[in-house]
Write a protein of this length. Sequence first.
Length: 316
Amino acid sequence: MRRVALIYNPASGQLSKGRRAAIQKALAVLRAAGIEAEALETTAPGSAGPLAEDAARRGCDTIIACGGDGTVHEVLQGLVGTQVALGVVPLGTANALAANLHLQTSPAKAVHRLLSAQPVRIPVGKIYYQDEAGATRSRYFTVAAGIGADAHFMSLLNPVLKRRLGYLLYVIEAFRVWFTYPFPLFEAAFTEAPGREPRVELVSELLAVRIRTFGGLIRKFLPGATVHQGQLRLAAFKTRSRLRYFGFMIPLLFGSHRYAGKVEALNADSVECRPLPGSPARVFAEADGEYLGELPIRMEMVPDAVTLLIPKGVQA
């Protein structure tokens, strides 16, 4: 780590008023270690990726995303396929990747831990989706991508209320979705190994998870999910029953998993999701907590995609 750019969202999370002061303390830690460091402020949604690309072109060997999972997600788009390392400092409402890396602390302390972190090449997920204009787009993801109820949930989040209420808004909207969302079925075709015919299921929710723990109320969601996993690690909900969803989610709050019957955990090389013929329902997609668009979608893995800074002693 010789030349570092800290990219931060000044409006991310509930503590945005003290954001610049926190960033200055983080810069001081880097500079005290003899590292050339600068801070780059995002100006609009989607601007973190181009900032990361530009910093990499100018010779930065490390980009530290300072914000929530959305900021990390944007920075990731500019780093996949490069040798530039990605570090994470939690400053958002949802900091799932930071929690997975045991970095839920002050920005200065998080940066101090990153100074001795191990640079590890990891695969990332890639999702192809249809945007609001009907065009096919793609995004990389490091935390999770989902189709169905969780993406509908992300589409409801109000940015202003998110800054004011923080994690409480997630809880409120989660109950709103559970009570009102119709859980429409869609078709998911899983390719579980090269050369095998896809297995087709009707599902109402599909999650591809890349981390061991989310932090917050739901910590461990999907056994076997890690940032090192070379296949998609998936949770498929083959039900429209609110009671089944409720019966699955409540044990998760206590660290228990019930993957059986209508809720299946599986690995796949890729998965394609399509709306049912004649169905009027709109089924949404999200990645790393960012609403993307709707069906049809395809998910796959990109091997050896990015260098992630993992603190010593952490099993990510």
